[in-house]
Design a protein around this ligand. Sequence first.
Ligand code: ATP
Ligand code: MG
Ligand code: MG
Length: 352
Amino acid sequence: GATIGILGGGQLGRMLSVAAARLGFRTHIYEPAARPPAADVAHAVTTAPYEDEAALRAFASAVDVITYEFENIPTAALDLLEAHRPIRPGRRALAVSQDRIAEKDFLTGLGLSTAPYAGVDSAQDLEAAIARIGTPAILKTTRLGYDGKGQARLRAPADAAAALAAMQGAPAVLEGFVDFSHEVSVIAARGPGGEVAAYDPGENVHRDGILHTTTVPARLSPAQRSDAVLIAARILNALDYVGVLGVELFVTAQGLLVNEIAPRVHNSGHWTQNGCAVDQFEQHIRAVAGWPLGDGKRHSNVVMTNLIGEEIEQVPGLARESMCALHLYGKAEARPGRKMGHVNRVNGPARG
Ligand code: ATP
Ligand code: MG
Ligand code: MG
């Protein structure tokens, strides 16, 4: 069987490796940190920084195709890897999703709606951005943010200096604060032949900037549901994408706004493990390997709940609940804010 190289050895790399193994593939993880969660289930692991050219070359020659669980891989490493093996999803998806301004320029260029935004590199930029966009607003570092890190909220223009200081000199983007009723996301896949399969949108609730629950079905009208899926398909096609993509959306009175995209399997797609015959991890491996995609049909209603930090201590009780599937990542240390696992509570069959 073929070997799939995965950049990143966190829980997403772990669950991709499990799915790959079910299909008879081997996975080889490349991860700078020692003893990553994916190491327990992968066939091979390279522990080396993304600057180690010899390690990157050896990794590339050991695998047939390269994918990733994390979008912030340095460009030089990608250049080197791509000279040896195909990277799926491709470089354009990475370039667009690594930078919040490039991402919003791309999305608005497709005719999709986002929050109003402006690049901010200085106090003068921020003043001009506030004059145009107003408050409340959110200042975010353009790169490397996740789980709400690298963000500062501005309730009023007087919060500008504190927000700028929170960026620690990094390039930033000011976003108008979207008055959304709720948040949803679409997980969708595209194969190398251009076929697209989307999962039913899930409704997301965040706590302290971190995803807390995803519920399917989401509260959406049939028209909103098809809008959400069409937005994802438009993004996939524009990027000539191969693999699974996550699209985060704000539901507003003016329609759906795109918050951000993730060129990988996504936390808000974990419900598919117990709600669909082919989950997002198998779907991603199928796409990357050039197999036919599974359809995105949902057979059950599901609520996915993340287990963050010490919430992992709830596991003995959760294990006694019926229709509650546990997915634990094998992380030793339960630090605050750390994703330790998740549960999928299956709430009966999907209708229709
Ligand atoms: P992720 O872990 O999803 O990658 P992130 O650090 O990239 O998170 P965002 O998705 O940009 O952060 O923001 C986190 C959450 O903060 C959003 O899901 C939403 O609840 C809120 N938020 C972000 N931007 C806005 C905005 N412009 N208006 C209103 N709320 C926002
Ligand atoms: Mg993000
Ligand atoms: Mg997000």
